[in-house]
Design a protein. Structure first.
Length: 255
């Protein structure tokens, strides 16, 4: 089955998206869902759905446009792994997180070489469908179509034949094993919070420097001297006595 999928994707190597992010894979997906927005959408996962359909194994590969939903689907089917193999779908989180919720991109493993993987991926380097040679630092996990097929044959799960934009009840899916509470680090929300805090700190420091620039210090060798002007005392007839304070009131109380 892995080779059937790879035989469909290899002839497409070198494909490049057209203007406005249009691809034939997105058009195919849009026609299946009757939703034109997919004609000009990120297409890494839609390409895999197209290839799986051409190979006649779409029910085992899963047909999605939204990569976190696709990863969650493999987890729900019990076909999720941390170990790569040819024909597996590889899911990436470019921030380095290990939760399926942070998945940004998906490709197909063509070959495993030690700790490195050879892949075929769509929508890489902005516009291309091409081979990549990657380490596994940014890999969240692997979806295994062969395991989905085995479980379907055993009657443990049901087939998914139609393309899907979003997986239903996504939040109810279990987290992949070995997820970390530190997955938040490096996420866009964490980076945004750091930027805001840094901006506030720098603003206060600059404000303090501006206040300091209003002070002028004369050197000891400077011939310029300065004498404070004598306070101006108004004539006696212009000096007003404060009104008497009501008895029982403290000086800071309002009358």
């Amino acid at each position: 089955m892995a080779e059937d999928l790879l035989e469909q994707v290899r002839p497409e190597l070198g494909y490049r998206e057209k203007g406005g992010q249009y691809t034939k894979f997105g058009e195919w997906y849009a026609d299946r869902l009757q939703d034109p927005q997919y004609k000009n959408a990120p297409w890494c996962d839609m390409f895999i759905a197209w290839a799986a359909d051409k190979a006649g194994i779409g029910q085992y590969v899963g047909q999605f446009a939204w990569t976190p939903s696709h990863a969650a689907w493999f987890i729900k089917q019990g076909a999720w792994s941390r170990t790569p193999e040819p024909g597996a779908l590889v899911f990436y989180d470019w921030s380095g997180g290990k939760s399926y919720k942070g998945v940004d991109h998906v490709g197909i493993v063509e070959k495993v070489e030690g700790s490195k993987i050879h892949t075929i991926e769509a929508n890489v380097d902005k516009v291309w469908l091409k081979r990549k040679f990657r380490d596994q630092e940014k890999v969240v996990g692997y979806g295994l179509p062969r395991v989905v097929k085995e479980k379907m044959a055993a009657g443990e799960i049901q087939a998914t034949e139609q393309p899907t934009a979003y997986a239903p009840a996504l939040r109810s899916y279990p987290e992949p094993p070995a997820s970390s509470p530190f997955d938040f680090l490096g996420t866009p929300h964490f980076l945004l919070a750091c930027m805001v805090i840094t901006t506030v700190v720098v603003s206060f420091r600059l404000a303090g420097r501006r206040r300091g620039t209003h002070r002028r210090v004369l050197s000891a060798a400077s011939p310029i001297t300065w004498s404070a002007p004598a306070p101006r005392i108004p004539p006696d007839d212009l000096i007003e006595e404060p009104p008497p304070r009501p008895k029982g009131k403290r000086p800071y109380e309002r009358v």
